[in-house]
Design a protein around this ligand. Structure first.
Ligand SMILES: *[C@@H]1O[C@H](CO)[C@@H](O)[C@H](O)[C@H]1NC(C)=O
Ligand SMILES: *[C@@H]1O[C@H](CO)[C@@H](O)[C@H](O)[C@H]1NC(C)=O
Length: 203
């Protein structure tokens, strides 16, 4: 019985290590030409969920060419959500994996939204090539470009998204990590409670 508990404790530790990844949600065009939040600081292994509002989209770009898609060379993210019309009226979210610590800039490619300030980014510097500098450079661009097809992420409905968020934590506004236990783990704990064992989980 002790061996079982020790093995389970080891399994729990492995699970909890994996669940340190966070899910960040960015709304795209909710009530104006804005990404909310405008910038964020995800870690490698985190997931960013873009929730599109009509009729917006999100395209990753580079600082040096605002409102144009990034080339995708090297470690920088290169993604495009596809048009809003592919999201089942916003029910499907565009989900991107964070795979590097490099700054990632993005914009809405619809009409002149990018030039009008609809830009955002993650892990941007707080001065120099910051979000304000990207927005003011974007304002001078003659036209924005849209990639031909979805790239660099997945369009997921809520049930598909649940399986992503089940293995990750949702960061709370206060900054305290709130960890969501995978259902298999909940089952293990329930199972052991039935057997009269108590498992303590340390974070
Ligand atoms: C990735 O982005 C950063 C910041 O914009 C840039 O300095 C770097 O050259 C880019 N890397 C590649 C491989 O494009
Ligand atoms: C993101 O990560 C998930 C889980 O590891 C993987 O299944 C998916 O293919 C990745 N998506 C992209 C676009 O790389």
């Amino acid at each position: 019985m002790y061996t079982t508990t020790a093995a389970t404790a080891f399994a729990l530790t492995s699970f909890l290590t994996l669940t340190n990844a966070a899910v960040h949600t960015v709304s795209v065009g909710d009530g104006g030409l804005v990404f909310k939040p405008e910038t964020l600081n995800p870690a490698v292994g985190d997931t960013v969920v873009f929730k599109l509002y009509p009729q917006h989209n999100v395209v990753s770009g580079s600082f040096s060419s605002p409102c144009q898609p990034s080339g995708g060379n090297g470690g920088n993210a290169s993604f495009y959500s596809g048009p809003f019309s592919d999201t089942n009226n916003g029910a499907k979210k565009f989900v991107v994996n964070v795979t590097s610590t490099q700054p990632v800039y993005y914009y809405c490619a619809v009409q002149r939204h990018c030039q009008q300030g609809m830009v955002g980014g993650w892990n941007l510097p707080s001065s120099g090539n910051d979000i304000k500098a990207y927005a003011s450079a974007a304002a001078r661009v003659s036209s924005a470009s849209t990639p031909s097809a979805l790239a660099g992420g997945r369009l997921l409905d809520d049930s598909q998204l649940a399986s992503v968020t089940a293995s990750a934590s949702q960061p709370s506004s206060s900054g305290n990590g709130r960890y969501v236990l995978p259902s298999v783990l909940t089952q293990i704990i329930t199972c052991h409670r039935v057997q009269g064992l108590r498992i303590r989980i340390r974070s």
